[in-house]
Design a binder for this molecule. Structure first.
Ligand code: AMP
Length: 191
């Protein structure tokens, strides 16, 4: 089973590209943000706690998200590959992922760091907020999420850059151009 990590700031296009990879290669798209939003929509006590973090633009605690990811990974049955979209987001999550994959005889096959400049990200997220009414796509929360990305998530680039699985792709030129470059990378790991 191939493991791809889609990494990058909010608004960089991880969700869109994850869905395209899933469609083309038959891999499972695992978006932690979507899993969390589904739990919120179920109106459970856990969902209410999750909502209090997401609505402020904060990350949910590492322990909570790691438990959720383990549960999702344990549900898998013979998938050709999985695309992790939005996980890991902290060093603790990255270390946890390495251990969990090692225990399962798996490894990260490809890490794709998608990049775009700050103005592009803000424009995209504001636009998405007006279309989808996502609770965290308001200007104030967007700024907070970008700051948290800088502080807590971007240091992971140093963690992964030491490996030969790390690749950078720009998403400035739009969805199709970005996917063309991503597909070239995925082609190199397809079994
Ligand atoms: P996303 O859909 O990936 O932009 O995620 C939306 C929100 O879900 C984030 O702003 C966080 O509040 C939460 N979230 C998603 N993935 C994680 C993660 N790996 N660690 C902590 N919080 C997360």
């Amino acid at each position: 089973m191939r493991i791809i990590i889609l990494f990058g700031a909010p608004g960089v296009g991880k969700g869109t590209q994850g869905a395209l990879i899933a469609e083309k290669y038959g891999y499972l798209h695992m978006s932690t943000g979507s899993i969390l939003r589904e739990e919120v929509a179920r109106n459970t006590p856990l969902g209410a706690e999750i909502e209090s973090y997401i609505s402020k633009g904060h990350l949910v605690p590492d322990k909570m998200i790691c438990n959720i990811v383990v549960e999702e990974i344990n549900k898998l049955k013979g998938e050709k590959g999985i695309i992790l979209d939005g996980f890991p987001r902290t060093l603790a999550q990255a270390e946890f992922l390495d251990i969990m994959l090692f225990e399962k005889g798996l490894k990260i096959d490809l890490m794709i760091d998608i990049q775009a400049n700050r103005k592009t990200l803000i424009d995209r997220l504001v636009k998405r907020g007006t279309l989808s009414h996502r609770m965290d796509d308001t200007l104030e929360t967007i700024e907070k999420r970008l700051q948290i990305y800088e502080d807590q998530t971007s240091p992971l680039i140093g963690y992964y850059r030491q490996t030969d699985r790390y690749n950078t792709i720009s998403s400035e030129k739009g969805i199709e151009d970005t996917f063309e470059h991503i597909a070239e990378l995925v082609d190199t790991i397809v079994e």
